[in-house]
Design a protein around this ligand. Sequence first.
Ligand SMILES: O=c1[nH]cnc2c1ncn2[C@@H]1O[C@H](CO)[C@@H](O)[C@H]1O
Ligand SMILES: [Zn+2]
Length: 380
Amino acid sequence: MVSFGLPQQWNNAGMEPTRGPAPDVLKSAPKVLLHDHLDGGLRPGTVVDLAADCGHELPADDAESMGRWFREAADSGSLVRYLETFEHTVGVMQTGPALTRVARECAEDLAADGVVYAEVRYAPELHVRQGLTLAEVVDAVQEGFQEGAANSGGRIVVRHLLTSMRQAAPSREIAELAIARRDRGVVGFDIAGPEDGYPPTRFLDAFEYMRRENGHITIHAGEAFGLPSIWEAVQVCGADRLGHGVRIVDDVFDAVVADDGSVTSAKLGRLAAYVRDRRIPLEMCPTSNLQTGAATSIAEHPIGLLADLQFRVTVNTDNRLMSATSMSNEFAQLCGAFGWGLDRVEWLTVNAMKSSFLPYDERYRMIMDVIKPWYADQRS
Ligand SMILES: O=c1[nH]cnc2c1ncn2[C@@H]1O[C@H](CO)[C@@H](O)[C@H]1O
Ligand SMILES: [Zn+2]
């Protein structure tokens, strides 16, 4: 981990930043979210309701205590322990109506936070315990996204990424489903779960299938394991984007820091240079990284260095429930820590929209018609 000796203003999310755009401005700013887990973003009250419906036992029985429980239990400093908390979300997402409700509320909550485009991921294989087929899982989620977008006055577009779990027996079934549903809301394929011990090459067959079908790939890599995981994801598996990718910082050396704390130059190893030169998007999730131990504080999070060095950085929530966060909160924390203003927020948002798996013409329209005009308006 590099440290630039920046003042550590806070070391956790949830505290009020002391500088940066006002919270209501960050909330109304159009934002783009590429890395958000459906089963990591439930409303605490919905977990409680659905658990009562299906007889799932929870560690607490009211919404407020459950919200606190997720935040605290996920604050474990280890990805493996962080992932254990998902038992209480996945456990209540086993029927069509439950999945539709969670997806509808996800779209509504993101739209209320100013997100105009989101790619939301989940692992269909985790939702078949009560007999749903994998395709039925995707269809139930699609229904929810459509309802949520309609309830939000069409202010948000939501697409799915289908995830395979790394620790499961490798198969290409989920990749095949992503391709089968690509004209019905699904825009790509991902792998998630414990990184250390489960290299992405285990799923090479699925990634090769995606590429043969001209599909899109993002891979959780460089979160709980370092450069070899990123190298395999990019150079062997053909990842279009990296989920987290935060450990690419291990291949960045001799950063020169200016008086204002910004980084003016650094030496890049071959892999970091490749990732930057090829504009491979990094789906960075600062608060989540503090909880899993991938970073020590927001002020010391490598996103500051990587943004200053012009990597294709994007800002994301990962798991809004476990991190008690939102897109506007992630931006508030970052703007406070690094002194970023709306120009940086716009750059990060355009980065994300350029990096999305939507067709080019749709991406271009979102940038020109929705994102840029809002920021131009703020400047004038
Ligand atoms: O940050 C993360 N790293 C790796 N895996 C994750 C992360 N967040 C969530 N999941 C895993 O992805 C599954 C599908 O959404 C979740 O059930 C969780 O196990
Ligand atoms: Zn994730």
